[in-house]
Design a protein around this ligand. Structure first.
Ligand code: MIG
Length: 848
């Protein structure tokens, strides 16, 4: 007899951290009827009218059956001159307050027509056809069909798995999912936007509807992407562009960009669930400074509160928040506090009382207030669909801001709920019966509003910043989000584990979020749940130093996960990478400026940069960090050598000044403490002396490391401003272009609205010479550029002895910005506009 090994889950058990038994990975079986053009008799046009905007409107109807007596659906199609099209399907007006798209004024410029295929409307966009409309009361389905080729599909935000989304059904439903094993989907964030690449043509599709969606990416038919939306209206945006970058620009044009954070937000954040009481916070801050570890932020998890009551302080553990925060500030730490949406049911608690008396909490259909349960026990949920509630919630942040809190970390905003049985409340979030009252006069159920809940909360937090800290940019990180989340918050990827698998999956996860519009992204360094090993922590730390949002965090029951908790060598490694992160701050900050000004992600998959190179279609573990650095983090245990594929062009090893020709596979040495890192030939890296935190006054100059391309040219740029506040939006910033060409360095101010905090420029030109010494290398030099070795450089011979790199008894820290250039190739000049000559040591190249 077969044994049933399933574990029975007792009814009253806390289910928050057990496997969700009701998970659905497939769209529920539904019978759909086809949507056809309304039959208006022979010779009659299918166009049924013209909207006020001049857009043509079509009538569609599902064949009438006994069950389906509904009115016809309308479909309209409108276009934007810039390669963005919108198809709108609905029974009537789409409730506009739900759309996260702010339509540019010129949106409805022309009305592309729909083609007819078997009496069904079809929109044709190059090799793509959007059609096969199907309807079932409560759900719409349509298909994106690629005429010629199996499409490549990327994006969809925070998901497990590889960059390419093909071969799986993906669900859009924000979920508190603490165990991200590979099969888990969905997670906390839903971004129904994807790139579709067909034979080097690039398209984007964004389905703007916060209800549950299923994206079947080529599982049943390799040429088809079939999307189900559990609603009876739809806004579909289709974009075309010459490259993935152009498609992303169109998408961020619709949903917004990540605004430039205050510079301290790009420093290092230390967190734990929880540093408590205050003495523990002080101890941790002290350790950072004692160990000379650069860091800017300590985060307070839920235990700073009084019994998990939002916007309160625990009187015992944190009796005097202002003096604690003042002291932290004296040693260069800012404080970011966690905020959950669940408000404790407690008649003595003012937030609860106020919200109750004003009718601000979400109700069930019969009007009673819904009580769920989260950390404080029984809890109620503010209805963020209403402006009044958002304003109120924003204002409540005064309790944190008045004591000196600098930033906010919004957690649990799926919104998570621990109560009920799993049938009733799947995915550990509140039940779908809940109502969001909205400001339109029509309440909607959470079946539709769910994915926008966190968006409302994040907007409320933003209002809090504007009201109580109007002079600051605000720093907000959220766990949950929907398309457009980037306008208000960065995203961290929630509860991972201290597993190599989770370090490995963090790379494509952060990349997918980045190309889905969210530039400020990071994972819990070291892993949140369970105990990290020294090796894992060290590898994760090196990786995170090259991610946009850099934070260590761990759960309440793990071993200590601070940089000094794993012995002296891990401490040395973390210090080394913290210093490197802070050295590169001018480069990183400039990359964030490009995010705000152009929607350019800070972290980019290689296919995004080189869409034409087929080899890069499936590279999940290498990426560009900013315009010039290629990182290939080690994400597997006990690894000494890392395989990398380098894209076209020249590449310099960041640590050894070895030069590689691209479009080639390389095996590079990667002992513990060494993140495989390459500089793209043709770039100029600005950097500075590392500081202990971003508030320390700068003493040195700015460094410019020049990495010429094959034609002996390179370019880079530097953005600088007050690093906080809004002056930069009024032109108070400087943008400086650096151009190097054959021994000449040109410094050109593109905008001169801010006095840079460095006065001198120290320029060095790399030759990439070192690695080739002692080799009978075949070398080539084009146009006077650097000489490229075609052989494996001696430094990385496979026979290299690496003394116990994995047990960390000995760690050799690699040298950043390695440069073999002699003193001749260095130049100190003022950071003002002008052209200067630099004597590049050609000998260093010719000796090769
Ligand atoms: O259900 O506040 O993802 O970062 O430490 C756990 C406690 C609630 C989940 C967050 C995690 C945080 C934790 N929170």
């Amino acid at each position: 007899m077969k044994q049933d090994n399933r574990i029975e889950i007792e009814e009253d058990k806390d289910l928050a951290h057990t496997e969700n038994p009701t998970r659905r990975t497939k769209p529920p079986a539904r019978s759909f009827t086809e949507l056809k053009f309304e039959d208006k008799g022979p010779g009659k046009d299918t166009v049924t009218g013209t909207a006020a905007s001049g857009v043509q409107v079509y009538n569609l109807c599902a064949p009438r059956t006994e069950k389906n007596t509904k009115k016809p659906l309308y479909m309209s199609c409108s276009g934007h001159a810039e390669g963005v099209y919108r198809i709108r399907v609905g029974e009537g007006e789409v409730p506009s307050s739900w759309s996260v798209v702010e339509l540019p004024p010129a949106f409805e410029v022309f009305s592309p027509s729909l083609e007819e295929r078997n009496s069904s409307p079809e929109f044709v966009l190059g090799p793509l056809k959007i059609g096969k409309w199907r309807y079932n009361p409560g759900a719409l389905r349509f298909t994106l069909e690629s005429v010629s080729h199996i499409p490549r599909v990327y994006g969809l935000g925070e998901k497990m798995g590889r960059l390419d989304r093909s071969g799986r059904v993906w669900e859009m439903w924000n979920t508190d999912e603490p165990e991200h094993v590979p099969s888990r989907d969905p997670l906390y964030v839903s971004i129904p936007f994807a790139f579709v690449g067909i034979e080097n043509r690039w398209f984007g599709i964004f389905v703007d509807n916060p209800a549950r969606q299923y994206w079947d990416v080529a599982t049943s038919n390799q040429k088809e992407l079939t999307i189900d939306v559990e609603d009876d209206y739809l806004d579909i945006y289709l974009m075309e562009g010459a490259s993935p970058r152009e498609v992303l620009r169109r998408y961020t044009g619709l949903t917004g960009v990540t605004p430039l954070p205050p510079i301290w937000g790009l420093g290092y954040h230390q967190s734990r669930y929880s540093y408590s009481p205050d003495a523990e916070v002080r101890r941790v801050a002290g350790e950072f400074r004692k160990n000379e570890l650069p860091a800017d932020v300590i985060q307070f998890d839920i235990d700073y509160m009084n019994g998990y009551r939002i916007f309160t302080w625990d009187k015992e553990g944190f009796p005097d928040p202002p003096s604690l925060i003042d002291d932290l500030s004296d040693s260069g730490f800012k404080v970011v506090t966690i905020v959950d949406p669940g408000v404790k049911v407690d008649p003595e608690y003012s937030v609860y009382r106020e919200g109750l008396s004003r009718g601000y909490f979400c109700t069930l259909p019969d009007g009673t207030i819904y009580q769920g349960a989260v950390w404080p026990g029984k809890a109620v949920y503010p209805d963020f669909s209403r402006q009044a509630v958002r304003t109120w919630w924003g204002d409540l942040h005064r309790e944190l801001f008045k004591h000196g809190v600098s930033g906010i970390w919004n957690d649990m905003n799926e919104p998570a709920d621990f109560t009920g049985d799993s049938e009733y409340r799947p995915d550990y979030t509140v039940p779908n019966e809940l109502r969001a009252a909205t400001d339109t006069g029509t309440a909607v159920s959470f079946a539709r509003f769910h994915n926008l809940y966190s968006g409302g909360m994040n907007r409320a937090t933003r209002e809090g910043f504007s009201k109580h800290k109007p002079e600051t940019r605000g720093f907000l990180i959220t766990r949950s989000g929907y398309a457009g989340v980037q306008r208000n918050a960065g995203v961290w990827t929630g509860d991972n584990c201290s597993w190599w698998e989770h370090l490995d999956s963090a790379v494509p996860m952060l990349l997918s979020l980045s190309i889905s519009g969210v530039s400020l992204v990071g994972s819990d360094t070291g892993g949140f749940q369970e105990d990290a090993s020294a090796q894992l922590y060290a590898r994760w730390f090196c990786f995170s130093a090259f991610t946009p949002y850099f934070r260590s965090h761990s759960a309440d029951d793990t071993r200590p996960h601070e940089p000094w908790s794993f012995g002296g060598n891990v401490l040395n490694i973390t210090r080394h990478y913290l210093r490197l992160r802070y050295s590169l701050m001018p480069y990183i900050y400039t990359a964030f400026f490009r995010t705000e000004s152009e929607g350019e992600p800070v972290m980019k998959p290689l296919f995004f940069e080189w869409p034409g190179d087929e080899r890069l279609a499936e590279v999940n573990n290498e990426y560009m960090f900013g315009p010039s650095l290629l990182a290939a983090p080690v994400t597997t245990a006990d690894t000494l050598w890392q395989h990398v594929y380098l894209p076209e062009g020249l590449w310099y090893d960041f640590w050894e000044d070895i030069l590689y020709r691209g479009q080639s596979d390389r095996l590079v040495s990667a002992p513990i403490g060494k993140l495989p890192l390459f500089v793209r030939g043709g770039s100029i890296l600005p950097h500075e002396a590392p500081r202990l935190h971003t508030g320390v006054e700068r003493s040195g100059g700015l460094f410019l490391d020049v990495y010429p391309d094959e034609n002996d040219r390179a370019a880079g740029e530097l953005y600088c401003d007050a690093e906080e506040g809004w002056g930069y939006r009024n032109g108070e910033y400087s943008l400086i272009a650096f151009i190097y060409q054959k021994g000449k360095v040109q410094v050109r101010y593109e905008n001169e609205g801010f006095q840079p905090p460095w006065s001198t420029l120290n320029v060095r030109v790399h030759t990439g010479g070192e690695g080739c010494s002692g080799q009978s290398a075949h070398t080539t030099s084009k146009g006077g550029g650097p000489v490229v070795s075609e052989t494996t450089p001696s430094r990385t011979r496979l026979s290299e002895k690496t003394a116990d790199p994995l047990r960390l008894t000995s760690v050799k820290l690699p040298r950043p910005f390695a440069c073999e250039q002699s003193e001749k190739g260095r130049l100190e000049i003022p950071l003002t506009g002008g052209e200067y000559s630099i004597a590049v040591d050609i000998d260093a190249r010719e000796n090769l």
